[in-house]
Design a protein around this ligand. Structure first.
Ligand SMILES: [Zn+2]
Ligand SMILES: [Zn+2]
Length: 126
């Protein structure tokens, strides 16, 4: 099946995600892509299309705005600081996650977010 090539704007948005290398909200992606060169609605549509194509993965974190990150970062988990609302990538996986599944169940994928305080916010509250 032929795949439509990315438009210039879609490429520009994807490049912004690649450059930042972390989860971005629509607004952050727009800022990174260049607010002078592309409209926010275009960024929104580009993100939807890039997600459809499997180039961006949605990052859903309770208490945070919807975000996306590039598939090229590979499988990893997230840490959400509930004080400063910063999101940190935790490299790698715990492995063996399917060992907690009931017998006969199969896992398609998983996402893990750890909630807590980053080192800076933790020091501040001590
Ligand atoms: Zn923090
Ligand atoms: Zn994992």
């Amino acid at each position: 099946m032929d795949q439509e090539p990315l438009t210039k704007k879609q490429r520009q948005v994807l490049d912004a995600f690649e450059r930042e290398g972390k989860p971005l909200t629509v607004y952050q992606a727009w800022t990174a892509a260049g607010v002078d060169t592309v409209g926010q609605a275009t960024v929104y549509r580009a993100i939807a299309r890039l997600e459809e194509l499997g180039l961006l993965t949605p990052v859903e974190i309770h208490g945070a705005l919807p975000m996306w990150e590039t598939k090229s970062l590979g499988h990893h988990h997230h840490f959400f600081c509930t004080a400063c609302h910063e999101i940190y990538d935790l490299p790698g996986c715990l492995g063996n996650i399917d060992s907690i599944l009931p017998k006969g169940f199969s896992m398609a994928n998983h996402s893990i977010t750890i909630y807590g305080n980053c080192a800076t916010c933790r020091d501040r509250s001590l």
